[in-house]
Design a protein around this ligand. Structure first.
Ligand SMILES: Nc1ncnc2c1ncn2[C@@H]1O[C@H](COP(=O)(O)OP(=O)(O)O)[C@@H](O)[C@H]1O
Ligand SMILES: [Mg+2]
Length: 267
């Protein structure tokens, strides 16, 4: 197995809108890559089609050497792909452990006591479930270096940065095979952005592969090993970060020679 993820000829058309065309992509083990491109370039479409939110019109997706076709986001999660969305897809009314286990509560529907050869179904023992979810949530947050004073607080009272940290802790806890982040810091302030970037560096140290969609080239150049550039629904190239510079990436994004275009908004 050479790659974590490959796409071959991945294509998505919405009626007459050719949002993604013939995309060939690869991700090496442990690699962190960025997907960049102007608004409407096809970045989110690419993510939706590899994470089972939508089905591609054409092409292949290969995950750890095997052809896959995810019928839903849950299907992709079960295979080990976790996605963090820009719009902080968390449940405001629930507390931190409940959010981290959102959609996975069934993992705790029976409790296994060490030494006993069988599991005890929950019900009367629901408090044990809450306790073990809380313990596990604390562990995951510690792994990301996130400090949240009161885990039983609902997310509604937290800052955007704290919420995004919970979302990433959740992804890091489950997505050991691949984590995808679509503009994870777009809604955050400077300090919160730094915190999230540090968590991403921690994932690098743990060898967890990451695809990050970002508009922020400073962030991209600081964080990733390789940059993939999308333009008008096509992948127009990829560069190792160490072998390129922001001006070259901006030229690839715009399709214009530098100097002709006002590049300021990208840097
Ligand atoms: N559900 C949809 N129906 C029709 N067109 C869509 C849909 N989703 C995206 N598009 C179009 O596909 C193109 C790529 O969009 P998108 O993947 O969101 O770009 P990006 O994330 O790079 O900004 C755009 O022209 C967009 O308007
Ligand atoms: Mg997008």
């Amino acid at each position: 197995m050479k790659y974590v993820l490959e796409t071959h000829g991945l294509t998505k058309h919405y009626g007459g809108v050719h949002a993604l065309n013939d995309a060939d992509f690869f991700l090496e083990p442990g690699e962190h890559v960025a997907v960049v491109g102007d608004n409407g370039a096809g970045k989110s479409t690419f993510v939706r089609n590899i994470t089972g939110v939508e089905q591609p019109t054409d092409g292949r997706i290969v995950f750890y050497g095997e052809d896959v076709s995810f019928s839903s986001p849950l299907d992709a999660r079960e295979a080990g792909i976790e996605t963090v969305y820009q719009n902080l897809a968390l449940a405001d009314h629930l507390d931190v452990p409940a959010n981290i286990f959102l959609g996975r509560e069934d993992a705790y529907d029976a409790i296994k006591i060490p030494g006993l050869p069988f599991s005890i179904p929950l019900g009367p023992f629901a408090w044990m479930k809450a306790g073990s979810m809380r313990e596990h949530a604390t562990e995951l947050l510690e792994k990301t270096g996130v400090k949240i004073p009161d885990l039983s607080e609902s997310l509604a009272g937290m800052s955007g940065g704290q919420r995004q940290c919970v979302a990433i802790a959740r992804a890091a806890g489950w997505g050991e095979k691949l984590i995808i982040m679509d503009e994870p810091t777009a809604a955050l302030g400077i300090q919160e952005t730094t915190r999230v970037e540090n968590i991403i560096r921690g994932l690098k140290e743990q060898g967890i592969p990451v695809i990050i969609i970002s508009h922020n080239l400073r962030q991209v150049f600081n964080l990733v090993d390789r940059i993939w550039v999308f333009r008008q629904g096509r992948i127009v190239g990829n560069k190792k970060t160490s072998e390129t510079e922001p001006n070259e990436i901006v030229s690839m994004i715009t399709g214009l020679d530098q100097g002709v275009h006002d590049n300021a908004s990208y840097i």
